[in-house]
Design a protein around this ligand. Sequence first.
Ligand SMILES: Nc1ncnc2c1ncn2[C@@H]1O[C@H](COP(=O)(O)OP(=O)(O)OP(=O)(O)O)[C@@H](O)[C@H]1O
Ligand SMILES: [Mg+2]
Length: 279
Amino acid sequence: MIEFRNFSFKYKNGEKNALSGINLSINKGDFVGVIGNSGAGKSTFTYAVNGVIPHHFEGDFYGEVIVNGEDTVEASPSKLALSVGSVFQDIDGQMVASVVEDELLFGLENFGVPHNEIETRISDILKMVGIEDLRYRNISTLSGGQKQKVAISAVVALMPDILVLDEPTAELDPQSSHQIFSMLRMLNEKMGITIIVVEQKIMLLSEFSKRLLIFNEGNIYLDGSPQEVLKDTSKLQEIGVNCPRVASLANILKDRKLYSGEVPVNIDGAEVMVRSIIK
Ligand SMILES: Nc1ncnc2c1ncn2[C@@H]1O[C@H](COP(=O)(O)OP(=O)(O)OP(=O)(O)O)[C@@H](O)[C@H]1O
Ligand SMILES: [Mg+2]
C-alpha cells in the first residue's frame, strides 16, 4: 500500500541527496520502526510518505512514491492527508486548540466530517485510548505524555489508513514513551492502522515494531524483523547505532556457542533466553 520506486530526493538548498535510490514496499497493517543517525534521512522519509515532499519542500524528486494507489506528486495534499496522518516530536507546536475536546473537533470540522458523526468519533477515540477524563482539560495543564496522546487521538479521529510519527517520544520520559508505543500498538491491532514511527530508543522500537528500517547516509542499511536486524551487533556499531543490551548479550552468547535461539527483543524474550541457558 506504500511503494517507493527508485526514489531519490535532494532539498533545494541541500548539498547532496537526502535519500537515494529507495525501493521499498510497506504492507497495510504493518508496524514499521525507523532508526538511524542524525542526517540519515529519516524525517525526509516520513515527508515522502505524507506528501510534505514534494508539496511543501522544493527540491529534485526522482522516482515514484505511491500511497494507497496515489502517486504523491499528483495527489493533492488534502487528499493525501485523508490517508496519512502525521505526528511530530514538537508536541506543543502541533496543537491548535486550548481544550482537548476542541483539538479533536478542529480536525474533524476541517475535514468536513458530518456534524452528527463528530460526537461519536470524539467519544469513541478518547475511550479507546483511555483519556476520556482529559476531554475538558486545558491542554496547557497536561503532562507531555498526555499531550502527545491527545495529538495522536486528534489525528486518529480522522481515521487515516497510515500514521506517520517522527520521534513522537523525544520529549518524553521512558514510562510515557512506553505508553505512547502501547497506544500505537493498540491502534495498529484494533484499527488496522499502518504505523511508521521514527524513534531513537532502539529498545522501544525493537519491542513494538514488526519491521525495522535502519537508515544510513540516505540509504536503507538494514531492513527486516527486529530479530533479523539485531542479530549482528557489529553491523549496527559500524554505523553508530546501538544494539539493545539484551540483543548484544544474545549475540555474545551466540558467538560463544552458549545460545542458539532467537535474539530477544524485550525482557520476556531475555528471560526465555536466560532460562534456556541455565537449563
Ligand atoms: N530543509 C532542508 N534543506 C536542505 N537540506 C535539508 C533540509 N532538511 C534536511 N536536509 C538534509 O537532508 C539530509 C537528511 O535529513 P533528515 O532531516 O531527513 O535526517 P534525519 O535522519 O531525520 O536526522 P535527525 O535524526 O537529526 O532528525 C541531511 O543531510 C540534512 O542536512
Ligand atoms: Mg529527523
